[in-house]
Design a protein around this ligand. Structure first.
Ligand code: ATP
Ligand code: ZN
Length: 396
């Protein structure tokens, strides 16, 4: 591996190191690993070919652009902690990944793509049961959504501008006998698992793999008045976010499962229900023995959109993240979020209240694989050592 060190001018402020580091993955295809020093001064890159002056200049220029755009004029957001249960007495201090892999409880098909075995699957089902109970207290209407999402839908809600880096596109072969014949005869994967086919074989892109669950509900409600002026729905489904070299273990997947409780209606209706769902889950997490805190946060907007949007979300408390403790690395992982989108979807999709104004929306969302991973990080794989509520579910 070849190393490239870049001095950041000015240094990256501490509160932005994580955000900038996650974007370095998308700077240049030669980058295999990116690390920012604790003081924010040095960016250390591992690259997949020898570094010459031309490469250094190219990468340095792009990195500088990322750093400047994301940090110039930014200020440290005031993080508000709404719940703090970090001191819950957990038992495990090892990363559960090696043992899970070794036991066949996880099988890695490719970066960010994992098969879950029986223990992890049942743990996911346990969390899902808790969320289903949450939805029942809201009398939420059940929905099932497709895995694909039309490009024109995402365009309508500015997704391409906000999160272009994590999109996953779906395509198919062109309806052309020669193209299909050629594919059938010559398609094969190289040693990296890359298909050897040229872009000309594929049709234009009309659909993507869905990056979130609640969007599908908003699209189903688009361009009409919302019957009754309010609704609460629930759905679970696969979501796709391409996170490049940041894809690691069960923490950051390309293909993960999100469970959501979705609120649509007037501002107060959405905010009150978001709050009620948080209170309900605080009790549930206490029963489960999860060490976590809930704090204000922002979405991982792309470089150009980041500063303004992230500051806006923090300032108006649009996103609260549930961050579970990962004792083995002395850090936390977002396992879920309580979101308020204001009237963003109402305006962009023309969903109206009885008085003609746009609806407000919000969602309570949990990543199921991350829930299981955080729990196993805190309690290990031995069911006997798990909190009683979870043991009961497993019949222990
Ligand atoms: P909004 O609707 O406001 O865009 P959302 O419903 O998309 O928000 P997020 O907060 O973006 O919700 O994601 C919800 C949860 O999904 C996260 O807290 C996390 O648990 C899980 N999640 C997100 N990205 C990944 C990933 N790459 N791998 C595994 N889990 C993820
Ligand atoms: Zn959502």
């Amino acid at each position: 591996m070849n190393t490239l060190e870049i001095i950041s001018q000015p240094p990256i402020p501490e509160h932005l190191i994580g955000e900038v580091q996650s974007k370095l993955a998308y700077v240049d295809e030669v980058i295999c690993k990116a690390q920012i020093s604790k003081d924010g001064q040095k960016i250390i890159l591992e690259v997949n070919r020898p570094v010459d002056e031309l490469l250094r200049q190219r990468v340095e220029e792009k990195i500088q652009r990322v750093v400047t755009t994301m940090t110039q004029g930014s200020f440290r957001p005031k993080v508000q902690v709404l719940e703090d249960n970090m001191s819950a007495p957990t038992l495990n201090t090892n990363d559960p990944m090696p043992e899970l892999m070794q036991r066949g409880e996880l099988h890695c098909e490719a970066d960010g793509i994992f098969t879950l075995g029986p223990l992890v699957t049942r743990l996911v089902e346990f969390f899902e049961d808790n969320f289903i109970a949450l939805a029942a207290t809201f009398d939420a209407q059940p929905y099932r959504f497709p895995v694909l999402i039309p490009a024109r839908y995402l365009e309508r809600v500015n997704y391409f501008k906000a999160f272009p880096h994590s999109l996953t596109f779906a395509t198919h072969l062109r309806e052309d006998l020669d193209a299909i014949d050629h594919f059938a005869q010559s398609a094969c994967c190289d040693e990296h698992g890359d298909l050897n086919q040229l872009p000309e074989s594929f049709a234009k892109i009309q659909a993507l793999l869905s990056p979130a669950v609640c969007y599908h509900l908003y699209f189903a409600l688009a361009d009409k008045p919302l019957p009754g002026g309010k609704m609460i729905a629930t759905a679970v489904g696969p979501c796709f976010r391409y996170e490049s070299i940041n894809l690691t273990s069960l923490e950051r997947l390309w293909n993960f499962t999100m469970w959501e409780l979705i609120f649509v209606g007037e501002k107060d209706f959405v905010l009150e229900n978001r709050e009620a769902s948080r209170k309900y889950m605080a009790k549930a997490f206490e029963d489960i023995g999860l060490a976590y805190r809930v704090e204000t946060a922002n979405d991982p907007f792309f470089v150009g959109e980041f500063r303004k949007q992230a500051a806006f979300q923090s300032a108006f408390q649009l996103k609260y993240e549930i961050r579970a403790n990962l004792p083995f690395k002395n850090s936390t992982l977002a396992v879920g979020s309580y979101n308020y989108h204001q009237d963003f979807f109402g305006r962009h999709l023309n969903i109206t209240l009885p008085d003609g104004s746009p609806v407000h929306t919000g969602c309570t969302a949990f990543g199921l694989e991350r829930m299981a991973y955080a729990f196993l990080s805190q309690y290990g794989l031995d069911i006997q050592k798990w909190p009683q509520t979870v043991k009961d579910y497993f019949g222990e």
